[in-house]
Ligand binder design. Structure first.
Ligand code: 13P
Ligand code: ZN
Ligand code: NA
Length: 282
């Protein structure tokens, strides 16, 4: 069934595991994530970024997610990832998304608070939880270059931010980056622990692609409750499609290569669900 992320993240926090949040861009990717979650009896979060939403519309992706969720034996949430404006957040809310991120991390501290609080206040009547971000995750995010440098989240600011905005969960920057990393990523795990000590809402790790599984597991041990994966799903899907088209260039049935893309995404997602430890938690 389609649920909000409130209960999912609360259970994850209490149970010391994380929910995988997987960026989906087409029907096969939705099917792949849901099949993976069902096979492992895991709750799961589907999410779409603004550039994905622009491709087909919030309603189109939500329709896919709804059908998948209605058929599924596990709880499924549909989340707006990196909501880029108050307006888009409200559109997602009205469309029926069950979880919203407002990303004011590119704004000043005060402007980020004002924007995030506005979305929290507007979402409260419908009971839809809001994720916000403090600090800057590096790399290229949703086709927008994150720009130079990543600003790590300051624990004291994080506490003030959560108190003043009332957000349901907080995305933090601890050396994380979107996309694959050049070399081994160095995450500031002590900073994560410091943030956990002063912030009680569930913490979210962005930039999951390219982070070694052991590092993800340690970050969950230290308080991460949601882990975002995007780039590696794109890679998995595209590799599956390319494999079929390379081996049989005359293939014209989109279902043939779509099915192989689906299979590759599903394998990837199953492995990450186990890393997150949410298998068997549905
Ligand atoms: P990756 O593309 O590095 O997996 O990052 C995912 C993410 O943070 C989506 O918001
Ligand atoms: Zn992200
Ligand atoms: Na990454």
């Amino acid at each position: 069934s389609l649920v909000t992320t409130t209960e999912l993240l609360k259970n994850a926090q209490e149970g010391n595991y994380a929910i995988g949040a997987f960026n989906v861009e087409n029907m096969e990717m939705v099917m792949a994530v849901i099949q993976a979650a069902e096979e492992l009896n895991s709750p799961v979060i589907l999410q779409t970024t603004p550039s994905t939403v622009k491709y087909a519309g919030l309603d189109y992706y939500l329709a896919n997610a709804k059908v998948a969720a209605e058929r599924a034996s596990v709880p499924v949430a549909m989340h707006l990832d990196h909501g880029s404006s108050f307006e888009l957040a409200m559109q997602a809310l009205r469309t029926g998304y069950t979880s919203i991120m407002i990303d004011g991390s590119h704004e000043s501290f005060e402007d980020n608070i004002a924007l995030s609080k506005a979305v929290v206040d507007a979402s409260r009547p419908s009971g839809i939880p809001v994720e916000a971000e403090l600090g800057k995750v590096g790399g290229k995010e949703d086709d927008l270059d994150g720009g130079e440098g990543s600003a790590y989240t300051d624990p004291i600011e994080a506490k003030i931010f959560v108190d003043r905005t009332g957000v349901s969960s907080l995305a933090i920057a601890i050396g994380t980056a979107h996309g694959l990393y050049k070399g081994e990523p160095k995450l500031d795990l002590d900073r994560l622990s410091e943030i956990r000590e002063v912030v009680s809402v569930p913490l979210v790790l962005h930039g999951g692609s390219g982070i070694p599984d052991e590092t993800i597991i340690e970050s969950i041990r230290r308080g991460i409750c949601k882990v975002n994966y995007a780039t590696e799903l794109r890679i998995a899907y595209s590799e599956g499609v390319k494999k079929v088209l390379n081996e049989n260039p005359e293939t014209i049935d989109p279902k043939k290569y779509g099915a192989e893309g689906l299979k590759c995404v599903k394998e990837f997602v199953k492995q990450k669900i186990e890393v997150c430890g949410s298998n068997g938690k549905a």
